[in-house]
Design a protein around this ligand. Structure first.
Ligand SMILES: [Zn+2]
Length: 262
């Protein structure tokens, strides 16, 4: 409580009264916060362009006990992603990422890992918007993992036997998104050894490295992994993400990055 100074990514803003702005931010040291920035919509506001979505800022805010809304005192730009957000595809991807974080991060609970993942993914999406299909699957899997909703892919959900070193046909994914070995498999479908390796690599790879691994496997394996991630997100949210539709409609089903687009 009191005055907090932290790095933050602005996820969403909306207008309040005549000159104020509400900003939803994922912060490094205080988790997800909603803050009011008084006078932020005035022409000569001291906030300048710092409180625009997807901007990485140094944020100072005042937090009062038992009040959900904090008061933003200052915001200084560390990095602006204005250009990335101008690209239609880039913007759709960033909006979907922002929605994931807003849905999965519990308010006012510090989660430095989620903050670092978000910062790295915003950076990667801004640099490589053409790889957004892979990058968003990466984000989905990591957000699920950090929120405790990603099953442990290292072991069979049935018998607990390690799945590492599995050959094609040995790993089966069930409708609920967990993996099982050949013996414990139920109604699920077999996934290839490549798709399994790609899923496992999420634990050790950064977003850009993982997106290269993603485009190195077959279109079918890419789809298997992306659909698993999307299905798990829908299962946890119990609905289709609002901004996910646009992004998913844009995900081509074959070809490496950039192909399959008009
Ligand atoms: Zn098993």
């Amino acid at each position: 409580m009191g005055l907090v100074e932290t790095e933050a990514v602005v996820l969403h803003t909306h207008k309040l009264a005549e000159a104020d702005k509400i900003a939803v931010c994922m912060t490094e040291s205080a988790g997800l916060i909603r803050g009011v920035a008084h006078g932020a919509r005035r022409l000569k506001s001291r906030f300048g362009a710092a409180l625009e979505p997807f901007t990485l800022v140094n944020l100072t805010f005042f937090e009062k006990e038992a009040r959900e809304l904090v008061t933003i005192k200052s915001a200084e730009i560390i990095k602006s992603y204005f250009d990335a957000a101008r690209d239609v595809e880039g913007l759709a991807a960033l909006e979907y990422l922002a929605e994931l974080v807003r849905e999965f991060a519990p308010p006012h609970q510090p989660d430095p890992k989620l903050f670092r993942m978000l910062r790295a993914c915003v950076d990667a999406l801004a640099k490589e918007p053409e790889n957004s299909r892979a990058l968003l699957s990466y984000c989905e899997l990591w957000v699920l993992k950090l929120a405790g909703f990603l099953p442990d892919y290292r072991v069979c959900a049935g018998c607990g036997k390690p799945l590492g070193g599995a050959q094609g046909g040995d790993v089966h994914v069930g409708p609920e998104g967990v993996l099982r070995c050949r013996i414990c498999r139920q109604a699920g479908q077999a996934i290839s050894a490549e798709a399994y390796r790609l899923l496992s690599a999420i634990r050790v790879s950064g977003p850009c490295v993982w997106s290269r691994s993603y485009f190195a496997v077959s279109a079918r394996d890419q789809q298997t992994v992306s659909e698993m991630a999307q299905r798990l997100v829908r299962r946890v949210l119990e609905r289709e993400p609002k901004s996910g539709k646009l992004v998913q409609a844009e995900r081509p089903t074959d070809g490496p990055a950039g192909l399959g687009r008009a």
